[in-house]
Design a protein around this ligand. Structure first.
Ligand code: C2E
Ligand code: MG
Ligand code: MG
Length: 749
């Protein structure tokens, strides 16, 4: 069965995420994608730039080529328009000469498709088409396009003869085809300026720009598929330059197959780039995987360490630290409107017995079994924690009333009283519990656990196997204890206020004082005379009992030396007895005071014998060997007393007052005392009856054969001087006379 706390009850910081590797992965992938996007954008931009540059260069080249072509036609025209013979013979209208030297020659030499000679009034005096002389009237077919250029040449020549004589060229559509048309004045060879500016005869050359021309352009400038495209057939986005004349806008386009060096470069580089990218991406992915694996390992060991720090290794339950933070968190978010929260502290009653008698493996098994049982009892949202040793805690949530708390506490008590099966042994353990409820008593963690602690202490004090729910008066008791502790410390340090009274113990004759029991008294400066029943338990609880016990022991021993008293009995707390140096302290004190050990008796309680360890047994043996008598005080009030008597560790038993009080009241009362006495006699033990208050009790005890009596009937506890007087007056014959021999001390190992 899994009995660790459900995750949702854990503090928030327990739910840890391996966020770092995710962040790294995210960052690397994001950076990678960004880099890739930037790279692609830049490459695309560079490609466009390279392509645009190439296109611009191509456009410039093609445009310039057309201009050059016009110049070429003009240069060719120059050959027939400059010279005295042409100047005079055209003026004379010599058609035969013009046919041979202008028309046919231009056609055969340069392929000019048309040629015209115009006189000073723009009358056509010669016309040629495809090398043949034709009727001048044919000029009318093209005059509409050409005459504006003619007029501009005349205009230019009249303004600047030199410039005008060079003529002008243009591009225009002739016969539906793009053509270069040049117009140039015919000038004499020797002195061209002799012609009247603006009135010269003109030569018109028409050269179609044909596909051969475009093909040659392509060859020359390494541009593919150069061709003419009429305006209507031009598509958007095609690579082309418009062919525009001066007189007519835009005849069409020179188009070509665009060269795209950028795209080409990318196409060629693409496989290489893709491979490189793939390699880089693979490397990054591998690296990321390694980082993630390493991070996961770190995270896992961190989680393990964290779990160890907040859980108990034996049971796997949350430990004290986790309980503390869980409580703190629950209380911080808790409000008055919420259901109540209760803190249960649980302490096993007989864990030490199990450990001592069955060994630690059985003790461990018991702890695990207890953990399992507690986890099975609590609600789904409650937390079970182990605080250490045999201490457990439950944080009970969603409590709607005190009844809920008591129900769980009852269940815990019931479950703990069920026997445990430990390594083949059936063991009865039992537990005590202290409970503090958040709403009723405290809402601060420290306060709540303090109160649960107090309640647990109260439960233990009230007898085992019980639980106690904290109530405010308990706090008062705690404060009271604190005040007593503080004042007792002062009293012990200053040796003020504490003193001993002595209650004599008589023989059956009610006259002979056999000895006396020393009883401590405290005259508190404010509270007055305090009973040891009030402050001795506080001294035991707060670690003052050793100091108090030593003081009592010394005081009693010193006093008995000054008295004619056979012996003094001193009460010794179990805590004092468990101190390994106790025996040595007692013997040293006797030695120091030179007091016969037989004059000291020590009264122990059954509680000490309940946990009869080897050390305690040895201490008892050593003290008895030295001659000190051990009395078992309040006999019958503790646990299975008879068992201890059988082990012969004491010399005397003191029947508790409660048994003496029942004498002559019932048959059982008498029977018990008689049985104790019979048993003690059988074991050769002396018996003292405590709390003898009536004559009837005295009679009964005499009848049953009790040898020593103590009680108000005989004497109340007395101040030293009164006791001494009583010894001397009441029983002069029986006075104790110390022997002349020095006290015998038997050294112990
Ligand atoms: P105890 O050792 O059983 O002492 C006997 C108690 O019974 C004394 O109470 C005594 O005054 C009282 N008593 C005696 N005869 C009668 C009687 O006839 N009737 C009634 N009702 N009571 C009688 P006291 O002095 O109050 O002491 C109470 C307990 O405190 C003692 O019980 C003892 O256990 C403890 N105590 C006293 N002094 C010391 C001490 O110095 N050291 C330690 N460790 N415990 C001490
Ligand atoms: Mg006593
Ligand atoms: Mg007693």
């Amino acid at each position: 069965m899994a009995y660790t706390l459900r995750e949702k009850a854990l503090p928030r910081h327990h739910a840890r995420h391996p966020s770092l590797p995710y962040q790294i992965t995210f960052a690397v992938v994001a950076l990678g994608l960004l880099g890739l996007a930037l790279f692609c954008t830049f490459t695309y931009w560079a490609m466009l730039r390279v392509d645009a540059n190439a296109a611009a260069r191509e456009k410039t080249l093609i445009s310039r080529a057309i201009d050059e072509r016009i110049d070429t036609v003009r240069r060719e025209q120059q050959k027939v328009t400059v010279g005295d013979d042409v100047f005079y013979l055209t003026m004379l209208g010599d058609t035969a000469w013009m046919t041979e030297n202008i028309g046919a020659w231009m056609y055969s030499s340069y392929g000019h498709e048309q040629g015209y000679v115009l006189d000073d009034r723009n009358t056509v005096i010669y016309a040629m088409r495809q090398g043949e002389t034709v009727s001048p009237a044919r000029f009318d077919e093209v005059s509409g396009r050409i005459l504006p250029l003619v007029r501009r040449v005349r205009q230019l020549a009249s303004e600047d003869a030199a410039a005008g004589n060079l003529g002008l060229g243009d591009v225009m559509t002739i016969d539906g085809r793009p053509s270069i048309v040049t117009v140039k004045p015919i000038v004499p060879g020797v002195d061209p300026e002799t012609s009247v500016p603006g009135d010269a005869f003109l030569h018109v050359a028409v050269k179609h720009v044909d596909n051969a021309f475009f093909a040659s352009l392509g060859e020359r400038y390494l541009v593919a598929n150069v061709r003419f495209r009429p305006r209507e057939t031009m598509l958007d986005g095609q690579n082309a330059v418009p062919i525009a004349g001066r007189s007519a806008w835009h005849l069409g386009y020179v188009a070509w197959d665009r060269e795209r060096p950028g795209l080409q470069l990318i196409q060629e580089a693409a496989p290489g780039l893709a491979t490189a990218l793939l390699v880089v991406a693979t490397l990054v992915a591998l690296l990321l995987q390694r980082i993630r694996r390493a991070a996961a390992q770190v995270h896992e060991s961190e989680n393990r360490a964290h779990h160890l720090a907040y859980h108990d290794a034996l049971t796997g339950l949350p430990n004290r630290s986790l309980l503390r933070s869980h409580l703190e968190r629950s209380l911080n978010t808790w409000s008055d409107a919420d259901p109540v929260l209760a803190l249960h502290y649980i302490d096993l009653d007989r864990f030490k017995n199990v450990n001592d008698t069955l060994g630690h493996p059985a003790g461990d098994e018991l702890i695990r079994a207890v953990a399992r049982r507690l986890c099975a009892i609590v609600g789904e949202n409650d937390m079970v924690a182990r605080l250490g040793g045999d201490e457990f805690a439950i944080v009970q949530v969603r409590v709607t009333g005190r009844a809920d708390v008591e129900r769980l506490a009852d269940a815990v008590m019931r479950s703990m009283t069920q026997p445990f099966d430990l390594l083949g042994n059936q063991v009865f353990v039992g537990a005590s519990a202290g409970i503090a409820i958040a709403s009723e008593t405290a809402s601060e963690r420290a306060d709540l656990s303090r109160k649960a602690d107090i309640a647990l202490y109260e439960a233990k004090g009230a007898g085992k196997g019980q639980y106690c729910v904290f109530y405010p008066e308990l706090d008062d008791a705690v404060h009271e204890k604190q005040a007593i502790e503080r004042d007792l410390r002062v009293a012990l340090t200053d040796d003020r206020g504490l003193h001993l009274v002595y209650q004599p113990i008589y023989a059956l004759d009610k006259q002979t004082i056999l000895g006396a029991e020393a009883l401590v008294r405290w005259d508190h400066p404010v509270r007055g005379l305090l009973s040891p029943a009030l402050f001795v338990p506080v001294a035991e609880e707060r670690g003052l009992i050793q100091q108090l016990g030593s003081w009592v022991l010394r005081e009693a021993c010193e006093t008995v030396k000054t008295l004619d008293l056979p012996w003094v009995a001193v009460n010794v707390s179990a805590i004092q007895f468990r101190d390994p140096t106790f025996t040595r302290q007692v013997l040293d004190l006797l030695h120091e005071l030179d007091l016969d050990p037989t004059r000291l008796q020590l009264e122990i309680t059954e509680g000490l014998l309940l946990d009869l360890t080897d050390e305690v047994r040895e201490a008892l043996a050593a003290l008895r060997l030295a001659g000190i008598k051990i009395a078992l005080d309040d006999f019958g009030t503790g646990y299975s007393s008879l068992q201890y008597l059988h082990r012969c560790v004491v010399d005397k038993i003191k029947i508790d007052r409660s048994f003496v009080q029942r004498l002559r009241h019932s048959r059982e009362g008498d029977a018990i005392v008689r049985a104790i006495l019979d048993l003690a006699h059988g074991l050769d033990l002396t018996v003292t009856a405590e709390g003898v208050e009536t004559v009837e009790q005295h009679k009964a005890l005499t009848e049953f054969g009790c040898s020593e009596l103590q009680g108000f009937l005989l004497s109340k506890p007395l101040e030293v001087r009164t006791l001494q007087a009583k010894i001397i007056i009441s029983q002069p014959a029986n006075r104790y006379v110390p022997s002349s021999e020095p006290a015998q001390y038997r050294e112990i190992a």
